[in-house]
Each structure stands twice: as structure tokens, then as C-alpha cells.
Design a binder for this molecule. Structure first.
Ligand code: FNR
Length: 364
């Protein structure tokens, strides 16, 4: 909408998000081995809610144990996970922010060591497990060992759809108000979208219709159990950055956006890449904004942009100029948990402080 700026509220269905700044999902690899949140998650997510983000989104949260990138990822495959996440969502809401969860399945990029422990595949029997792949023959040559893989059967696909549906129900019990389906960065759903990693010849491979079937079915399953008054987001990679071969690109992303809008998805969160080591990314400030604008052309849903956004003025201009409805901020929120408050201070002409009352003597 044309009058909006970074500080405007965003209404999606019946949910009012207080501003256009979201904490982008970021893995913390800080669980023990059970996917349950720890004090780290509580403080990490809680700080950014105190810090003025309109939305605080969890890291990629696995819908089943096999879908974790590492044994230390957050998960939501039992009711105990939901119960332990609830105090976190409650605290986020108390700060006036909206708790969101990214529901994820890592597909063939699962079963790895933590990044700071080398990120190499963990084999079954050595702390790892057999990972799900659309087409093991198409597995790209990442440095290091090949993981133990299994080609997803149609039954496996159905199990994952069911796991997403159950995870969404638990997320709701835990108090989340937005569910985001992770279909980006080379994880399971993206692996099905891209012809680079999907060589299947069944109903889930080949044509655009078939490659997008899995993500559409997952999105529909989540939408079905998520209340009508609350929004569902989907994160995609807007392109594989592999223009030298048949791959996933901006044109297909725009077509997918239209299909997801029809299912009732409220916002498309447009990232990119992560599928293949040959990708050639032109990074830098706002580098993924053109991909968001491309899907925004004609799509009946809101669009979020992410990547290389570090300055309040920069983020504000994106919303003011109608280039995105929501700005997701990743690494700048790691450097500055109070990025949202900094933005409010820098952009607020009236000078009314948005800082929590407990901190005001320091900032007034
Ligand atoms: C990420 N990113 C990411 N993306 C995602 O969809 N799910 C995730 O769990 C993670 N995990 C993650 C961990 C860490 C430590 C970083 C730095 C990044 C990507 C992230 O959400 C974001 O899209 C990128 O970092 C680009 O945005 P910035 O950092 O340039 O604002």
C-alpha cells in the first residue's frame, strides 16, 4: 500500500503487525539433541522482541526429526515441544511483537554437523540419519562426504505433508500467530521445485505443475489447520542463480506466487539460492529486492524482502517505495538486537521514544 512506511502497521487477515520489520529466521544450533528450546532461544528471541521487531520469527523448526539440518536444530514434532515454546511466544507477545515460526524440513541437506563443527554430513550410526531426497542421482556435489540418502516415495511425501499439518497445529497451541513454510535455500521443498535437484518422473517431478505439487500440498495442509484470522507465509528462493542450466528462476517464482495466493497464502517471503554450489550470487545491499518485486507483479499476496538490509533509512525506503510490504532482517539483528528501536528512533520525526520503559533513562 502506497502510504505505508517502515513504522506502519501491517494487517494480514485479522492480525495487526505493529511495524514492517521482522527478524528473519536464523538457525541457532543451540538445542541439545531433542529439538527442545533452551534458555538460549528464550533470551535470543526475547531480546529481539524487546528490540522492537514487529515480528520475531524462530529459526527453521523441524516438523520431524529427520528434517533437521543438525541434531541441534529446534523442532516441533511433539506436544512437549509446543509446551516448551509457549513461554517464549508469550514473552514475545507481551513486548508487543508477533511470534512467528518457520516450519522446515531440510531434505537432503539434513543430518549435518553444526557450521562451527565443520558442517559435513553425519552418517547413520555416527550421530546422523538417512536423509530424504527427491532424486538421489541429482544430488549436487557439495564438498565433503555424500550423506546416506533415500529417494522419497509418494508415501514419504504424504508423511511430510502430515508432519507439516501436525506441526502447524502444535505451533498454534504454542501461541504462534504466523506460520511460515520454508520452501527456500535448497531444503526439501525447494529440492522438489528445482529441476536441478528434481529428476523424478512421477506426479512430483517434470512439469512446473508437478514440481510445485509438494509445496502447494504442504501450504494447503498448513492453511487448512491455521485459523482463518491468522496469516500463513511461505519462504521461497526466487532463483537458484544457475542461469547456465535449466533451474528454478524468477519467472517460475511469479507463477508459484499466484498459485500460493489462490491457496490462501498471505505473504511470500522471497530469498534466493542455497541449492547448488555452482550458484553465482550478486550480493550486496537489497540484492534480493528485484526478486520480490518480480513476484509482486500481479500476485494477490503481500511480499517480504530480505538480504543485505542493515539501515533503517534503507528499510524504510523499501516500504515507502512500494518495493515490499515487509522487511526481514537477519544478520543486522544479530549485531544489534535493538535494530527495531534504532529504526523507530531514527525515523520518528516526533521524537516519541519506542524504547521499553525499563531502558528509557538510558536513551532519553
Ligand atoms: C540464516 N538464514 C536462514 N534462513 C531461513 O530461511 N531459515 C533459517 O533457519 C536460516 N538460518 C540462518 C542462520 C544464520 C546464522 C544466518 C546468518 C542466516 C538466512 C536469513 O534468514 C537471511 O535470509 C539471510 O541472512 C539474508 O539476510 P541478512 O542477513 O542479509 O539480513
Amino acid at each position: 500500500d502506497s502510504d505505508a512506511d517502515l513504522r506502519s502497521s501491517l494487517s494480514l487477515r485479522e492480525l495487526d503487525i505493529p511495524n514492517r520489520i521482522a527478524v528473519s529466521p536464523m538457525c541457532q544450533y543451540s538445542c541439545e539433541t531433542d529439538g527442545l528450546p533452551t534458555e538460549w532461544h528464550r533470551v535470543h528471541l526475547g531480546s529481539r522482541a524487546v528490540g522492537g521487531a514487529g515480528i520475531v520469527m524462530t529459526e527453521a523448526t523441524a516438523v520431524e526429526p529427520r528434517g533437521r539440518i543438525t541434531p541441534h536444530d529446534l523442532g516441533i514434532w511433539t506436544d512437549e515441544h509446543a509446551a516448551e515454546l509457549e513461554p517464549i511466544t508469550e514473552f514475545i507477545r507481551e513486548q508487543g511483537s508477533v511470534p512467528a515460526i518457520q516450519l522446515a524440513h531440510a531434505g537432503q541437506k539434513a543430518s549435518k554437523a553444526k557450521p562451527w563443527e565443520g558442517n559435513l554430513p553425519l552418517q547413520p550410526g555416527d550421530g546422523g540419519w538417512e536423509v530424504l531426497s527427491p532424486s538421489p542421482d541429482a544430488y549436487p556435489s557439495f564438498p565433503g562426504d555424500r550423506p546416506a540418502m533415500r529417494k522419497a516415495t509418494v508415501e514419504d511425501i504424504q508423511d511430510v505433508i502430515d508432519a507439516y499439518r501436525d506441526a502447524a497445529e502444535r505451533a498454534l497451541d504454542a501461541g504462534f500467530e504466523i506460520a511460515e513454510v520454508h520452501a527456500a535455500h535448497g531444503y526439501l521443498l525447494h529440492e522438489f521445485l528445482s529441476p536441478v535437484t528434481n529428476h523424478r518422473e512421477d506426479d512430483y517431478g517434470g512439469s512446473f505443475e508437478n514440481r510445485t505439487r509438494f509445496v502447494r500440498e504442504v501450504a494447503a495442509a498448513v492453511r487448512e489447520v491455521w485459523p482463518d484470522d491468522k496469516p500463513v507465509f511461505v519462504r521461497i528462493s526466487g532463483t537458484d542463480w544457475l542461469d547456465d542450466r535449466e533451474s528454478w528462476d524468477a519467472e517460475q517464482s511469479a507463477r508459484l506466487a499466484a498459485a500460493l495466493a489462490e491457496i490462501g497464502i498471505d505473504l511470500l517471503d522471497v530469498s534466493s539460492g542455497g541449492l547448488h554450489p555452482d550458484e553465482r550470487i550478486d550480493g550486496g545491499p537489497n540484492f534480493q529486492v528485484p526478486l520480490a518485486e518480480r513476484v509482486d507483479d500481479g500476485a494477490e499476496l503481500a511480499v517480504g524482502t530480505v538480504g543485505g538490509i542493515t539501515e533503517p533509512e534503507q528499510a524504510d525506503a523499501l516500504v515507502r517505495n512500494g518495493r515490499a510490504d515487509l522487511v526481514l532482517v537477519g544478520r543486522e539483528f544479530l549485531r544489534d538486537p535493538y535494530f527495531g528501536l534504532r529504526a523507530a528512533d531514527e525515523l520518528d520525526e516526533e521524537g516519541e521514544s519506542a524504547w521499553p520503559i525499563q531502558y528509557r533513562r538510558a536513551v532519553q
